[in-house]
Design a protein around this ligand. Structure first.
Ligand code: FES
Length: 115
């Protein structure tokens, strides 16, 4: 089965973040260098979306994912909360992979026209 990419690496700020709609679910992607991680947009604290502003999921220093509601901080590469009301809990990661400069769900197969 072939699939459309979720987005292209060239569309992602570095470092930065972007909201994604994956089969109707609100998700987001964070990027630092060539490392890219996708999570569901639910804070483990209350289940609320993490962002108030479009595409804004990182803290001021662009080091951590930050929940806009109560300020919880999460590691970009693991989704683990390191500070805030849900410390020790994890964001739900969406397994993805990069192929030909584009981001795909892990189980999807590239079409080859992604670049
Ligand atoms: S809803 Fe995210 S820290 Fe409270």
């Amino acid at each position: 089965m072939s699939a459309k990419p979720l987005c292209h690496m060239a569309e992602l700020p570095n470092p930065g973040s972007r909201e994604l709609n994956i089969t109707g679910e609100s998700c987001f992607v964070v990027r630092r260098g060539q490392a890219v991680f996708v999570y569901q947009n639910h804070c483990p604290h209350t289940g609320a979306p993490l962002n108030l502003m479009p595409d804004r999921f990182l803290d001021y220093d662009q080091q951590y994912i930050q929940c806009s509601t109560h300020g919880a901080l999460f590691e970009m590469d693991s989704g683990r909360c390191v500070a805030g009301p849900c410390a020790g809990q994890y964001l739900d990661m969406v397994p993805c992979r990069i192929e030909n400069g584009a981001l795909y769900l892990k189980e999807d197969k590239a079409t080859g026209d992604a670049g």
